[in-house]
Design a protein around this ligand. Structure first.
Ligand SMILES: Cc1ncc(C[n+]2csc(CCOP(=O)(O)OP(=O)(O)O)c2C)c(N)n1
Ligand code: SF4
Ligand code: SF4
Length: 386
């Protein structure tokens, strides 16, 4: 029997016609990394033969092939390609038709183009972060972001939030003060592997041990990017850096395991290629009480890849595609990252433990009884605001 066509069956109202979104490319902002072209599932993009004013080849779009899946918009580290709703498109889920890049409302667009090199993964992680922020349900004025020094540390300058670019290694203690002084705020630390686990390593382990109410997002590019590619505590054995030209010989940290053993209650690892999973993890971490930790493996083409003759940012994104293995719940002891070896990804830890404030309040109540007024507890209805 023929299936009746719903649009023409008499007595039913016609289904609204889907108007295809349109891909818009900011030609001048593109740095020609090729991420969007390589990872478009519909092969709807190709790098143009023409140059923009910076000398890069921005992508051209085959509208007939594009289905508006948004992958290019999430993966582009320059925020230079986005899906715009077609003129006259109906509002989606009660929202106004989309006219700008999804990250725009949460970034200081007047500061673009950003300082990150072509093919650097940091911009892609920021894309995912802005989507997670817009979907996490926490009002923007209740979020603070703290970075240390380094290429990743520049994130604090680009987000349109209350953000703080602090000194090298001191993002976590700064964020701890911010979180304790404003217990109803979600405080995010966004910084590099060197900043957070070399000079800042002591703060990292103690904030995790205390289960401080912080979300720590760490971009691990296996090297000190900003200062010229020195060995970091994450540089794998055999990998070259400017301070280990014959290959590193120190065992690197397995950061997921370090975070878990110190006391983190949420631990996940993704790469800059895994934009959807990373966005979801960021959303979960933002809504988690206690010390949540996300490690993002990202390409640093200018130093790590160049010094190791591993190609450009796109080569490393392809490496992530071919060498990542998702193992949610994996034992963190088994997820160390060998040089050019398999990268285990996933959510490794997600548990509930009292935070530093919970423990402090309990201890004080135990000692002082009703004389202790719990600090940072949500206000009861009708209670005066202090
Ligand atoms: C006290 C102090 N020591 C050293 C530096 C130099 N410094 C700035 S950023 C940086 C390394 C940053 O590496 P990482 O955190 O991995 O960030 P990336 O640049 O790779 O994103 C260093 C050593 C500094 N700014 N202050
Ligand atoms: S991902 Fe962005 S920067 Fe890279 S080629 Fe595409 S539009 Fe250009
Ligand atoms: S030096 Fe490396 S980490 Fe820094 S912006 Fe360039 S590619 Fe990114």
């Amino acid at each position: 029997m023929d299936t009746p066509n719903k649009e023409t069956t008499p007595g039913t109202s016609p289904a609204p016609r889907r108007v295809k979104p349109k891909l818009v490319v900011d030609w001048e902002r593109c740095k020609g990394c090729g991420f969007c072209v390589e990872f478009c599932p519909k092969e709807a993009l190709d790098l143009s033969g023409d140059f923009n004013r910076k000398g890069y080849h921005p992508p051209v779009v085959d509208d007939a092939k594009c289905v508006g899946c948004n992958i290019c918009e999430l993966i582009c580290p320059e925020f230079s390609i986005f899906c715009k709703d077609a003129e006259g498109a109906p509002a989606r889920k009660g929202k106004e038709p989309k006219k700008t890049h999804l990250a725009e409302p949460l970034l200081r667009m007047d500061r673009m183009p950003h300082i990150w090199c072509p093919g650097c993964g940091i911009g892609t992680t920021v894309n995912c972060f802005t989507v997670a922020l817009s979907q996490c349900g926490i009002p923007r004025e209740k979020i603070g972001l703290v970075s240390g020094i380094g290429c990743t540390g520049r994130v604090a300058g680009y987000v349109n939030l209350d953000s703080f670019h602090t000194t090298h290694g001191r993002a976590i203690p700064f964020a701890t003060g911010l979180a304790l002084g404003n217990p109803d705020m979600k405080v995010v630390v966004y910084s590099g592997d060197g900043d957070l686990t070399a000079i800042g390593g002591n703060h990292f382990i103690h904030a995790a041990r205390r289960n401080m109410n912080l979300t720590v997002i760490l971009v691990n590019n296996f090297i000190y990017g900003m200062t010229g590619g020195q060995t970091a505590p994450t540089t794998p054995i055999d990998a070259k850096s400017s301070t280990s030209p014959y290959g590193a010989s120190e065992p690197p940290f397995n950061l997921a395991h370090l975070a878990e053993t110190c006391g983190a209650t949420y631990v996940a690892r993704w790469t800059a290629l895994h934009t959807r999973q990373l966005t979801r993890a960021m959303q979960e971490a933002l809504n988690k009480k206690g010390f949540s930790f996300i490690e993002i493996i990202a390409p640093c083409p200018t130093l790590f890849l160049r010094l190791n003759k591993l190609g450009d940012g796109l080569s490393m994104m392809r490496f992530f595609r071919d060498n990542s293995e998702i193992q949610n719940g994996a034992d963190t002891r088994s997820v160390a990252i060998p040089y050019q070896g398999k990268i285990v990804l996933g959510k490794f830890v997600d548990k509930e433990e009292p935070t530093w404030l919970d423990r402090m309040n309990n201890q004080m109540s135990k000692a002082l009884g009703t004389r202790h007024v719990p600090y940072g507890a949500p206000k009861k209805e009708g209670e005066a605001k202090s």
